[in-house]
Design a protein around this ligand. Structure first.
Ligand code: FES
Length: 353
């Protein structure tokens, strides 16, 4: 039976920009392989710094082009030397000698690409030209004075929907990250959850909350903490912790690239302005955030393995409202936007942590 690649099974979810790699990963004249929606891509950067992206599959005998060589902004296949330019045109077939002509049926698919804020984004849509209404997701405070940012790249054994839910889910933090991020205090938390046409916005009434390192190191004056968790279609989450009147803050933004149904590559941007701790944060913050994210890697692998064994059969509480809202938006687009669009709505929820 012919395998249908994920890119052809996800309806309107393919009509977006997805991150293929960080800008740092892409060296001049070195092919780089990345998989999005089960479509393997080859990317390279030319001497002028421009990035090209083609399907990582030679049109001759389907060898991975990413194992070939880049020269003069073209990629040469490692098997018989067919050479493709940055548009995917086959410009040289060595076995045909000087008389070889370019044939359009030898072309390899090319993909639009944008570099933004240190990430390389590829348009996976059906149309060759990106939808101008859809832009790569902006990373908060990137390059803003007083703030610093860094990326973490992490492979997860679970799908994008469940990862987005995990990154927004507060009740799990007192179990999965106990002693690291937030401890159980048996407090009632109230929040407002709003679904718009393409986002899920959660605002917590939680000004006395304390998160692990924040309590001890970041917030000695015990300023009120403002906490919002937002999801933006198709795969972006932004979690803000702001102390006082924007005096200090810590923002975790994740964009999850679907590699396959149960494998995702997550690019997490950590933006921080930690006041007097700012100069030393680069020595301990990346280590701390890596420990926390690895705890999520483990619990997400657990859920991913369970969901591969059996279809989902979820029971929900009011604390799961954001899960249901995220699923409704993604499922509607995955269905090819069949039936009525999920309606914007707002709900109050409360739960104990
Ligand atoms: Fe690529 Fe033959 S397989 S040139």
């Amino acid at each position: 039976m012919k395998k249908i690649p994920m890119r052809e099974r996800v309806g309107a979810l393919r009509e977006y920009w997805y991150v293929a790699c960080t800008s740092e990963d892409l060296k001049v004249d070195k092919p780089h392989s990345s998989t999005i929606l089960e479509t393997r891509l080859v990317l390279w950067r030319n001497k002028q710094g421009e990035v090209s992206v083609l399907r990582d599959r030679c049109s001759h005998r389907n060898v991975f082009l990413s194992e070939g060589k880049v020269k003069k902004n073209c990629i040469k296949c490692p098997y018989h030397g067919w050479t493709f330019d940055s548009e995917g045109n086959c410009v040289n077939v060595p076995s045909e000698g000087e008389n070889g002509k370019p044939f359009s049926n030898r072309k390899v698919e090319r993909f639009p690409v944008i570099e933004q804020e240190g990430l390389v984004w590829v348009w996976m849509g059906e149309s060759k030209e990106p939808d101008p209404e859809k832009k790569p997701f902006p990373m908060p405070f990137y390059g803003v004075k007083g703030w610093k940012t860094y990326y973490m790249v992490t492979e997860f054994d679970n799908g994008v929907t469940h990862l987005a839910e995990n990154f927004m889910d507060v009740p799990h933090t007192v179990f999965v990250h106990e002693g690291w991020f937030r401890d159980r205090t048996k407090k009632l938390v109230k929040a407002t959850v709003e679904r718009t046409e393409n986002s899920v916005l959660v605002t917590y009434d939680q000004t006395e909350d304390a998160i692990g390192f924040a309590e001890r190191l970041l917030n000695p004056k015990k300023l009120p903490l403002y906490h919002t968790d937002n999801f933006y279609m198709p795969n972006n989450t932004r979690v803000d912790y702001v102390f006082g009147n924007n005096e200090r803050g810590f923002v975790i933004t994740s964009t999850s690239t679907p590699v396959s149904d149960f494998k995702s590559q997550v690019y997490t941007c950590i933006s921080y302005n930690l006041g007097i701790l700012q100069p030393t944060a680069k020595y301990w913050l990346p280590w701390y955030t890596r420990q926390v994210i690895e705890q999520d890697v483990e619990i997400m692998a657990n859920q991913g393995a369970s969901l591969q064994e059996e279809e989902p059969d979820f029971k929900s509480t009011p604390a799961d409202t954001l899960h249901l809202f995220i699923e409704s938006l993604r499922e509607w687009e995955e269905s090819g936007c069949e039936g009525p669009r999920p309606k914007p709505m707002k709900r109050e929820m409360d739960f104990w942590i």
